[in-house]
Design a protein around this ligand. Structure first.
Ligand SMILES: Cc1ncc(COP(=O)(O)O)c(C=O)c1O
Length: 385
């Protein structure tokens, strides 16, 4: 059994979980303030402060706070009028929510492979996946590394389809000096407990096409006409964030650079500690990328490492070290096994990464000594062969 952060809870002797939220700033003070002020629902000063601040930090004109990253994607699809008969291109190596958001609207995801150099949507595969039914593409900035956006934007522009960035795992990462999320028409974010910035559950949509802002706000707020009480001209949703969640995020935004710097240090420590372990490799960093480190990831080459990815994960658990296997490619999951709108797909890079990839514990409080201890356990497993 696992808790809401995905941490094992049965007889838990876990010393190093995969994620621990960093709530060491003014999080508690702001949440208590929201509670004392009784503004705990979806109106309040922290929401009013968080939305423009997050938009500014993302380099976007506006941000809409919502209840999680999945509804952020759903809201984006609804706002762009995705509907039955439409196709939307998504990478298969992602969390299932990216594809589900397309399905919620009655449309079909078209799965494309990832580039082994970025682990994100391969721009070379994009053009050949476009059909007359294609409405848009959702590149995912996987594990905090930006997708190669320029060729994606070029192909999308040439074919008149939109781009929505799924930045759930990559808040404030930079692509060629520009903040991810500011590049497509819309971008979506998650603030789930294991993400670099968190409100427990939470999400946001940033809007670069400002003509969409009022429509998205209306859809996220039950379809209510802002100028007329209890008048609902459209069918909307309740996708709103609470002021308590926004209080947490206001505190997190104050320490944005500090939180990213801590996670960068953890990534550097892992790279240094594991560099010479035969059979392990890491997520490449493209020359144009400034990732926001999410989860440190290793690829396990079973023959050279001497143990499979799953055997390594099981052995690490005995040392009290929790890990996560990579996402199962979405086209391998039952709801999407028919392929892309019924067309079979073959995505070898997604499959290969999914079977060899493992996420290691990554959080602010992880010290260099902790990383050494985890790396030592990995080395001990390598020596067992
Ligand atoms: C790439 C990606 N998209 C979407 C989501 C959904 O976000 P949430 O869990 O906040 O609904 C996640 C969440 O983990 C994700 O990793």
């Amino acid at each position: 059994m696992r808790d809401t952060q995905g941490r094992p809870v049965t007889g838990s002797n876990i010393k190093f979980p995969v994620a621990i939220p960093d709530l060491s700033g003014k999080e508690e003070e702001y949440v208590v303030d929201a509670i004392r002020g009784t503004w705990i629902s979806s109106i309040g000063s922290y929401l009013r402060r968080f939305e423009p601040e997050f938009a500014r930090l993302c380099g976007s004109p506006a941000a809409i706070a919502v209840s999680n990253g999945t509804v952020a994607l759903h809201l984006a699809m609804a706002g762009l009028d995705v509907g039955p008969g439409d196709e939307v291109i998504v990478p298969s190596l992602t969390f299932i929510a990216t594809a589900n958001a397309v399905r919620y609207q009655g449309a079909e995801p078209t799965f494309v492979d990832v580039d082994p150099e970025t682990w994100c949507l391969d721009p070379d595969q994009l053009e050949r996946s476009i059909t007359p039914r294609t409405r848009g593409v959702i590149p995912v900035h996987l594990y905090g590394h930006p997708a190669d956006m320029d060729p994606i934007l070029d192909v999308a522009g040439a074919h008149g389809i939109w781009v929505v960035e799924d930045a759930a795992e990559a808040h404030f990462a930079r692509y060629k000096g520009k903040t991810v999320g500011s590049l497509g028409a819309l971008a979506t974010y998650s603030f789930y407990g294991n993400k670099p910035f968190t409100s427990g559950e939470g999400g946001a949509v940033t809007v670069n096409n400002t003509s969409l802002e009022s429509k998205l706000r209306m859809l996220a707020g039950q379809g209510l006409d802002p100028a007329r009480r209890y008048y609902f001209p459209i069918v909307g949703y309740n996708f709103r964030m609470t002021n308590i969640a926004a209080a947490l995020l206001c505190a997190q935004m104050e320490r944005k650079d500090e939180i990213i710097a801590r996670r960068r240090q953890v990534f550097e420590d892992y790279r240094a500690a594991l560099a010479d372990v035969e059979g392990l490799s890491f997520q490449p960093v493209a020359p144009w990328a400034e990732p926001t480190p999410w989860l440190f990831s290793i690829l396990v080459d079973e023959k050279r490492f001497g143990s499979s990815r799953d055997a390594l994960a099981a052995a690490l658990l005995d040392y009290g070290i929790d890990t996560r296997p990579f996402f199962i490619p979405v086209h391998r999951l039952p709801p999407y096994a028919a392929g892309s709108a019924g067309r079979a797909v073959d995505l070898p890079h997604s499959d290969a990464l999914a079977t060899s990839g493992l996420n290691l514990p990554t959080y602010s409080a992880l010290t260099s000594n902790n990383v050494d201890e985890i790396s030592g356990a990995i080395r001990a497993v390598a020596r067992r062969r």
